[in-house]
Design a binder for this molecule. Structure first.
Ligand code: ATP
Ligand code: MG
Length: 666
C-alpha cells in the first residue's frame, strides 16, 4: 500500500464507501427548479473555461454598474500579487444602495431584522441609503480618511451593515471583529491594523443577558495610540462610560451629520476590508480584500449559486456578519443583488430551540444558508422541533464551513427541505472571498458530502503531494490554479507570510488551499479537511472526516472529532473524541459498537485505537472543530493559539480526562 496521497489505491475501503454513495445517493435538480433557474445550461462551464479572464470581466460589467468600466481584466505581471480590473472605478456602497434606490426599489426591505426579545425592524434600501450617507459624513467629520482602518465590533444589528457600507462609501477599510470575541482580541486586531476609529455598542444581548461591551472595550483600548475615536451605538440602553474627546454616540453624530454624501468612485484595487480567518489551523491571518474583484465574485456567486430572484426570494444567511460568510452573503452579495434578507440577532436556542424555524415560517424564507455545525446541533435536538413549523416556503438550502457528513446532509434535505429543495454544499475560504466549489442548483446532480465542482471561471484541481501534478481520480491537495477576481490580495502587513502560506509549494502562480480533497470518477470534489487532518494508519491514508462520518452513524453518537496520534506499530493511530446523544452513557459496549460501525463502513484498520468520551468538543467561535488542539492534548504538548476557541472550559475538561486516563494506565 502506497503512502502517497495521490495514489491511495482503488482497493481502499474509502473507495468502496464512495462507490456506495455514487450508486445510491444522487440528487438531480428537480425538473421544475431547472426550468426557472438563473442558470440551467451546463454550457456555461465551457464558456467560462475558454477565456476565464474575459468571462469574469464581462460578468462584472453585467452585474455591476461601474463608474468607469474596466478595460483591463487581470494584471498578472507580479504573481502572486494579482490585480483585477485595475483601471475600473466603482464604489461598493453605491452598488449596494444607490443604484437600487435610483431604480425605484428604495421601498424594498433589505433586512427583516428580528431581535432576541422578539422585536421586529424592517429596514428598507432607502433607510440604509439614508443612514449610510449620514454615518459616512459623520466619520469624515471625525477625521476618518480614505485608506484609514476602522474597526467594527458589533452584534447582529442593522447598524453593522450601515457601518461597513459607510466605510466603503468613503474608502475607509473596515476590520470587523466577530461580536463573540473578547475585547482583548479586538485590541490586538486594532493595534495591528493601526485603526483610526472603532464602532461598537453600549451592550450586547445574548440569550437574555446583556454584556457591557463598551466597558470591556474601554479596559483594553487605552493603549491603542492610533485610535482617535470610538463611536458607540446605543443598542441596549445600558449605562456606559464615555471618554471626553474620544467617544461619541452613534445617534448623536448621525443626527448632526449632513444627510448627503455622494459616493466616491474608488479604484478597483482599493482595499475594501481586512478580516481575520477563524484560526482553525493556526494563528489567525489578516486577509485583505479589495473592491472591484471582490464585489464581482460575491455578486455573481450569490445570484447563481443560490439562484437568487430578488423580486421573489426571502434570503437568510444564518452566519454572523463577523465571518467572511456574513461579509459576502449577508452584506455585499445580497445588497448588491437587491435581495431581501432575514437578519436574526440571537442564538439558535433562545428563547427556544425552534426559533430558527419560527422565523423562517414567519418571513416565509425561501433560501437558508447555514453551517454544518448548526445542522448537527439541530439533529441533536431532534426532528420533532422543526417539524412543528411550516417550512413549505423553502426552495433551496445551502451549507458552508466544514465538510457535511452524508447523514447530516440527508437530514437537512428531508427534515428542513421536505425532500424538495436542492442543497448547495459550498466550499470556500476567507481567502477566496466568494464561493469556489459548489453545485449550481439548476444544473448539478448532487451527491451528499461532496461540494461537487468548481464554479464557472474557477479552476480547481486535486494534485499529488510531491510534484503537484493533477490527480484525475483519487486523493491529494486541493489547489486553485488560476487567479480569480475575489481572491485575497495579501495578508495585511505580512506579504512574506502571504507568499509563504499560499504560493510557495508549487510556484508563485498556484494557490495552495491547505485542504485535502478527493476527486471521484465524475470529477466531483470531496473536501475532506485540512492537510493536517489526513491520518496515515499503516500506510492507509484516511481522512478524519470519513472516520467521523462512520462514527456518527452509530445511533448513540451525536458528534465526533478524529485525529491521528503517533503510534509505534502503525505510524499513526486513530484517536476519536466522541460526544453521545442526550440520555446515553459511555460504556464498553458503546465503545465496541463504535469500533464495529467503523470496521463495517470503512475497514478494520480505521477502527479508533483510543476513544475519549467528551461532553463537548473544542470549537472555534464560528463553530468549527479545532482538531489541532485535540492533537496537542493527545500528544501531551502545550496548547497552540487558543484565542479563537469558543469555550476554554471544554479544553480544561478534556485535559483533565486525559490526565485521568494516564493515571489509570500507570
Ligand atoms: P484558519 O485559516 O485560521 O485555520 P479557517 O480555515 O477555519 O481558519 P475560514 O476561512 O473561515 O477559516 O474557513 C475556510 C475553511 O473551511 C476551508 O479551508 C475548509 O477547510 C473549510 N470549509 C469551508 N467550506 C467547506 C465545505 N463546504 N466543505 C468542506 N470544508 C469546508
Ligand atoms: Mg483557513
Amino acid at each position: 500500500m502506497s503512502t502517497d496521497a495521490g495514489a491511495a489505491g482503488a482497493d481502499s475501503s474509502i473507495e468502496r464507501e464512495l462507490e456506495r454513495m455514487l450508486e445510491i445517493e444522487k440528487f438531480p435538480p428537480p425538473a421544475g427548479f431547472s426550468a426557472s433557474a438563473n442558470w440551467s445550461d451546463p454550457a456555461i462551464y465551457e464558456e467560462a473555461a475558454t477565456d476565464p479572464v474575459g468571462w469574469w470581466t464581462e460578468r462584472s460589467k453585467k452585474l455591476l454598474d461601474w463608474d468607469v468600466e474596466p478595460t483591463a481584466g487581470l494584471n498578472d505581471s507580479d504573481p502572486p500579487f494579482y490585480k483585477w480590473f485595475e483601471d475600473g472605478r466603482i464604489n461598493a456602497s453605491a452598488q449596494c444602495l444607490d443604484r437600487h434606490v435610483a431604480a425605484g426599489r428604495g421601498e424594498r426591505v433589505a433586512y427583516h431584522w428580528r431581535g432576541e426579545q422578539g422585536e421586529r425592524r424592517d429596514i428598507t434600501y432607502a433607510d440604509l441609503y439614508r443612514d449610510v450617507q449620514r454615518l459616512a459624513n459623520a466619520l469624515k467629520g471625525l477625521g476618518v480618511r480614505k485608506g484609514d482602518v476602522v474597526g467594527i465590533y458589533l452584534p447582529m444589528i442593522p447598524e453593522v451593515a450601515v457601518s461597513m457600507l459607510a466605510c466603503a462609501r468613503i474608502g475607509a477599510v473596515h476590520n470587523v471583529v466577530f461580536g463573540g470575541f473578547s475585547a482583548e482580541a479586538v485590541r490586538e486586531r486594532m493595534e495591528f491594523a493601526e485603526a483610526k476609529a472603532l464602532i461598537t455598542v453600549d451592550g450586547a444581548r445574548r440569550k437574555g443577558k446583556t454584556a457591557p461591551i463598551k466597558e470591556q472595550v474601554d479596559e483594553q483600548m487605552g493603549g491603542v495610540g492610533s485610535l482617535a475615536t470610538i463611536v458607540v451605538v446605543r443598542s441596549t440602553g445600558i449605562e456606559c462610560p464615555m471618554t471626553e474627546g474620544r467617544d461619541v454616540f452613534y445617534d448623536e453624530v448621525m443626527e448632526a451629520a449632513d444627510p448627503e454624501c455622494p459616493a466616491e468612485p474608488m479604484e478597483a484595487e482599493h482595499p475594501l476590508f481586512i478580516l481575520y480567518t477563524s484560526g482553525s489551523t493556526a494563528k489567525p491571518k489578516g486577509i485583505l480584500h479589495t473592491t472591484g474583484g471582490y464585489l464581482t465574485g460575491v455578486t455573481a456567486t450569490h445570484k447563481y449559486v443560490f439562484d437568487l430572484k430578488p423580486d421573489e426570494d426571502i434570503w437568510w444567511c444564518a452566519a454572523d456578519v463577523g465571518w467572511v460568510t456574513g461579509h459576502s452573503y449577508i452584506v455585499y452579495g445580497p445588497l448588491a443583488n437587491g435581495a431581501t434578507s432575514v437578519m436574526w440577532e440571537g442564538a439558535p436556542d433562545y428563547p427556544h430551540q425552534g426559533i430558527w424555524w419560527e422565523i423562517a415560517q414567519d418571513y416565509k424564507a425561501t433560501i437558508i444558508y447555514a453551517a454544518p455545525t448548526a445542522i448537527r446541533t439541530f439533529i441533536k435536538w431532534g426532528a420533532e422541533i422543526p417539524e412543528k413549523y411550516d417550512l413549505s416556503s423553502l426552495r433551496l438550502l445551502g451549507t458552508v464551513g466544514e465538510p457535511i457528513n452524508p447523514k447530516a446532509w440527508l437530514w437537512y434535505h428531508q427534515v428542513i427541505g421536505g425532500g424538495r429543495c436542492p442543497i448547495v454544499d459550498t466550499w470556500w475560504q476567507t481567502e477566496t472571498g466568494a464561493i469556489m466549489i459548489t453545485p449550481l442548483p439548476g444544473i448539478t446532480v448532487t451527491k451528499p458530502g461532496s461540494a461537487t465542482t468548481a464554479f464557472p471561471g474557477v479552476s480547481a484541481e486535486v494534485v499529488d503531494e510531491r510534484e503537484g501534478k493533477p490527480v484525475e481520480e483519487g486523493q491529494g491537495l486541493l489547489m486553485l490554479e488560476q487567479p480569480w477576481p475575489s481572491m485575497l490580495r495579501t495578508l495585511y502587513k505580512e506579504d512574506d507570510r502571504f507568499v509563504e502560506t499560499y504560493f510557495s509549494r508549487f510556484g508563485r502562480d498556484r494557490y495552495l488551499v491547505g485542504d485535502a480533497a478527493r476527486r471521484d470518477r465524475d470529477g466531483y470534489f470531496w473536501v475532506i479537511g485540512r492537510i493536517d487532518d489526513v491520518v496515515n494508519v499503516s500506510g492507509h491514508r484516511l481522512s478524519t472526516a470519513e472516520v467521523e462520518s462512520a462514527i456518527v452513524a452509530h445511533p448513540d453518537v451525536a458528534e465526533a472529532a478524529v485525529i491521528g496520534q503517533s503510534d509505534e506499530d502503525t505510524g499513526q493511530a486513530i484517536c476519536a473524541f466522541v460526544t453521545l446523544r442526550g440520555g446515553n452513557e459511555p460504556s464498553e459496549e458503546v465503545e465496541e459498537g463504535i469500533r464495529d460501525t467503523v470496521a463495517t463502513r470503512i475497514g478494520k484498520f480505521a477502527r479508533p485505537k483510543r476513544i475519549v468520551w467528551a461532553d463537548d468538543l473544542p470549537k472555534t467561535r464560528s463553530g468549527k472543530i479545532m482538531r489541532r488542539l485535540l492533537r496537542d492534548i493527545a500528544e501531551g504538548r502545550a496548547l497552540g493559539d487558543v484565542t479563537t476557541l469558543r469555550d476554554p472550559g471544554v479544553m480544561q475538561e478534556l485535559e483533565a480526562k486525559i490526565a485521568e486516563e494516564a493515571a489509570d494506565e500507570s
